[in-house]
Design a protein around this ligand. Sequence first.
Ligand SMILES: [Ca+2]
Length: 77
Amino acid sequence: MKLFKSCDVNKDGKLSWEEVKAGFRKLQSRFPLYRTHRAFQMADENHNGFINVDDELDKLVTYALECYPRNIKLRLI
Ligand SMILES: [Ca+2]
């Protein structure tokens, strides 16, 4: 998903906690910290503290879609 991919500001192929939180802010989450915490529980399978764009980003996106099924930004991208 472009929204979270674009959060990888330093383009290192993984999303840090701060980058994921910025993503939820862009979704206008009222609880970006909580969402980030949950997202890492769901998506950070190897528990290295980053969401790998290659193999973990899908799970992050799935979680975001569950949280915001009507979010237009999410649907467009
Ligand atoms: Ca990881």
